[in-house]
Design a protein around this ligand. Structure first.
Ligand SMILES: Cc1cc2nc3c(=O)[nH]c(=O)nc-3n(C[C@H](O)[C@H](O)[C@H](O)COP(=O)(O)OP(=O)(O)OC[C@H]3O[C@@H](n4cnc5c(N)ncnc54)[C@H](O)[C@@H]3O)c2cc1C
Length: 494
């Protein structure tokens, strides 16, 4: 795209939602789209250039990480993995694809977000499911730890229910639907960018960072970028900002859109004061029961690997309910196995519990030195701790039952003598990698940053589409709902 012929739309961020937006726009013959991605683009699925760790769906790669860090509930710092590569987090995530609960989306619609009811979103879920090639493991492909987990849940009264890809499910356990094709993680770039690479409507500038959106008199006029160490401005009057729950509020603040005190501390002139930018940051908090894999489990895993040629680490997922759940379920238990040097058998079995409806809300700050510090305020709300404790009790019963106990050795992260559950949670909790809400849809006076079509309040030409626009993170693993965000928002872009 030459500087004399500016693109019709610049999409910032070739991540999960950004690929959907850029890909769908580029399907339209009248549109020239420039996609700016900070990380590398390895080309199409068939290019032969994709690093094997990003393709291998059996485990979580860390080779293309942004390196964010921020506070846990106690004094510790936690790492917040985010992928810096085409496909974004869909290129390094766990491939679990669940939809959530209709009541959450219907509540958004009832609050005034037109086009976000479960019924409105169904066609987008169907399109996302098809494009991401979501499929199910055959029973014979379920590895022994996950088979035992499903059995343990059923023995505990949690029904087997194949409804993770439905908006109407209740409590239940199943082997999760996945976007894995022949062992390959089917990322959003394969799903949405590959089909349009040869059409001539899309240009991708990879290894290129967007610094800020240039706004004059309330209208977008360009994007300031850094490419090959050179700073330049790309002229355009339409931008789709899809840089994720951390990147999107950062770029908004650098562009003069945000809370005045945040903008002042950055030395940025205010274009539009929107207090919600960077606020409402939340995530699904998690606690894990960690065990040595027993030698029996290691034997079974080895046999599975030999028979199948690979060993999926994650497969099963249970939806359970705490005593204070508002809705049919509010917790996930999602076990996995992993190689672990501190385990006597070389493998650990992990049984995590995560709260899907956290009340705690934090804020993302951008330091004057440019550093982004996400503070999710994990477990700040006492109700979050109470719900997590309920989930832990369920997980402990599952681990003690006949199905799982023989597969589990010594507990690797026990409570200390005299340590209460609360301080153990503070000391050990982690997260489910699902940050959201930092540029939420909703009216500005209620902390909203954009409308139901992702249009930023007070700026002409700026649309948001990624996990930052969720008013609340869905009661699900969010990758597929984020693809749905891309589908829903692009459907309303002219
Ligand atoms: C380790 C891990 C495991 C997970 N497992 C699962 C799972 O099994 N199932 C599930 O449903 N969800 C899972 N998730 C969560 C899910 O993948 C994310 O919620 C979702 O992919 C987020 O999509 P997004 O479009 O909002 O952001 P992203 O996919 O992160 O996309 C943002 C993109 O913007 C780019 N970008 C950022 N800043 C700039 C800039 N200044 N200039 C240019 N480009 C920029 C980034 O490089 C990135 O490509 C997991 C997440 C992680 C990290």
């Amino acid at each position: 795209m030459s500087s004399s012929s500016p693109p019709d739309v610049v999409v910032i961020g070739g991540g999960t939602a950004g690929c959907v937006v850029a890909g769908r726009l580029a399907e339209r013959a009248d549109r020239r789209v420039l996609l700016i991605e900070a990380g590398p683009d390895y080309g199409s699925r068939t290019s032969g250039r994709w690093p094997s760790d990003l393709l291998d769906a059996s485990t979580l790669p860390t080779s293309h990480d942004w390196g964010y860090r921020g506070p846990a509930a106690g004094e510790r710092a936690l790492a917040f993995d985010r992928a810096r590569v085409m496909g974004g987090c869909s290129t390094h995530n766990g491939c679990t694809q669940s939809w959530g609960w209709s009541g959450d989306y219907d509540r958004w619609a009832a609050s005034g977000l037109v086009g976000w009811s479960a019924t409105d979103l169904l066609p987008h879920f169907d399109a996302a499911t098809e494009r991401m090639r979501v499929n199910r493991f055959a029973e014979s492909e379920v590895q022994p730890f996950h088979r035992a987990f499903v059995d343990a849940c059923q023995a505990e009264g949690i029904p087997r229910a194949a409804d993770l890809d439905s908006l109407d499910g209740g409590i239940g356990v199943d082997v999760s639907p996945v976007n894995i094709v022949d062992g390959v993680r089917w990322n959003a770039s394969f799903a949405y960018i590959d089909p349009v690479r040869e059409l001539g409507h899309l240009e991708i500038w990879h290894d290129t960072s967007a610094l800020r959106i240039v706004i004059k008199s309330g209208r977008v006029t360009g994007v300031e970028i850094i490419k090959d160490s050179v700073m330049t401005v790309v002229s355009c009057d339409q931008v789709a900002l899809c840089a994720g729950a951390y990147g999107t509020p950062e770029i908004l603040m650098r562009s003069g859109i945000g809370r005045s005190e945040d903008l002042a501390s950055l030395g940025v002139e205010t274009q539009v004061e929107l207090g919600g930018v960077g606020g409402n940051l939340h995530d699904h908090p998690a606690v894990t029961l960690e065990f040595d894999a027993s030698s029996e489990l290691v034997k079974q895993l080895d046999a599975f690997r030999v028979e199948h040629g690979w060993l999926p680490e994650e497969q099963a997922l249970a939806k359970v309910s705490s005593a204070s759940s508002h809705g049919p379920f509010d917790l996930h238990i999602y076990p996995w196995v992993e190689p672990r040097p501190d385990s006597t058998t070389g493998w650990a079995a992990i049984v995590p519990v995560s709260l899907l409806t956290p009340a705690s809300r934090g804020r993302l700050r951008v330091g004057p030195d440019g550093g982004v510090v996400p503070n999710h305020a994990y477990l700040a709300a006492p109700s979050d701790r109470a719900s997590m404790a309920d989930g832990l009790a369920t997980a402990q019963r599952l681990c003690a039952g006949d199905q799982l106990a023989p597969l589990l050795g010594t507990r690797l992260n026990p409570q200390q003598p005299d340590e209460g559950i609360d301080s153990w949670m503070t000391r050990t909790h982690s997260h489910y990698w699902h940050p959201a809400g930092t540029a939420a849809m909703g009216p500005a006076e209620r902390g909203g940053v954009c409308d139901a079509d992702g249009k930023v309040h007070g700026v002409v030409g700026l649309t948001l589409a990624d996990a930052s626009i969720f008013p609340e993170v869905p009661r699900s693993t969010p990758a597929l709902p984020v693809v749905v965000v891309g589908e829903r928002i692009v459907s309303s872009m002219k």
